[in-house]
Write a protein that binds this ligand. Structure first.
Ligand code: MN
Length: 233
């Protein structure tokens, strides 16, 4: 047994549908601008230029139903509904046609974003971490095992705030599909079991305030429900 100078932080994890066992999270990769209409609303061309990625810390994950306090240092907290792919088998240089064999399952997540900090960083050519990788920035539903996932290629993806639909798209609108995303990430670094990929959001992103209830889903997967709580002092 390794001796540590203090107890290590508990392993970050996500629930698994139909199982008492949890999915241990290693890293969270997020695809930027993977739906054309969202790229346009963010002021960018939806050309099929190579996708780019950013990351969130593994312990940014939050279980479905848990209230997320309004985070510090922002006046523009925004929701992004995303299909989340859970990697169950690692690899490097994974071929797109082999990619599905590396998936453990899929869930529904929110890429919560401090949009004001993200856009300022974008303008200044600085990293996105402060806008994207804050505490509790990744609420995720239980992961549905791959055998029970109807499709990650087509199906409705939607989000509502206080019951009013704000995002309503289809997975088929992804510029880079899940197989391509896995192939591309695994060329840059070895994917490992426990990695999550948040696959991008359709158009309709916008702000939320304390007291708002976000709900959302992807066809065939659990729905997410996240309430935004008061800012912590
Ligand atoms: Mn996103």
């Amino acid at each position: 047994m390794t001796d540590y100078v203090f107890p290590p932080h508990p392993q970050a994890s996500v629930a698994v549908k139909g199982s008492g066992a949890r999915f241990p999270v290693r890293r969270i990769f997020c695809v930027g601008r993977n739906y054309a209409a969202h790229a346009r609303e963010m002021g960018r061309d939806p050309d099929r230029e190579p996708p780019f990625f950013f990351t969130k810390p593994a312990d940014a994950v939050v279980d479905n139903g848990v209230t997320v306090p309004y985070p510090p240092e922002t006046e523009n907290l925004q929701y992004e509904i995303e299909l989340v792919i859970a990697i169950g088998k690692g690899g490097r240089n994974i071929r797109a046609e082999d990619a599905y064999g590396h998936i453990f399952g899929a869930g529904v997540g929110l890429d919560l974003t401090r949009r004001d900090l993200q856009l300022k960083a974008r303008e200044m050519g600085r990293p996105w971490d402060w806008g994207k990788g804050f505490d509790m920035s990744a609420p995720i539903t239980a992961i549905t095992p791959w055998a029970d996932v109807p499709s990650v290629e087509a199906g409705r993806i939607w989000l509502a705030v206080n019951g009013e639909v704000r995002q309503d798209g289809d997975l088929a609108e992804q510029i880079w599909d899940v197989q391509e995303q896995i192939a591309i990430v695994s060329r840059t670094m070895a994917l490992e079991a426990g990695d999550l990929i948040m696959t991008g959001t359709p158009a309709g992103v916008g702000p939320v305030v304390a007291g708002d209830v976000i709900t959302g889903g992807v066809a065939g997967l659990d729905e997410i429900r996240t309430e935004i709580g008061p800012r912590e002092s």
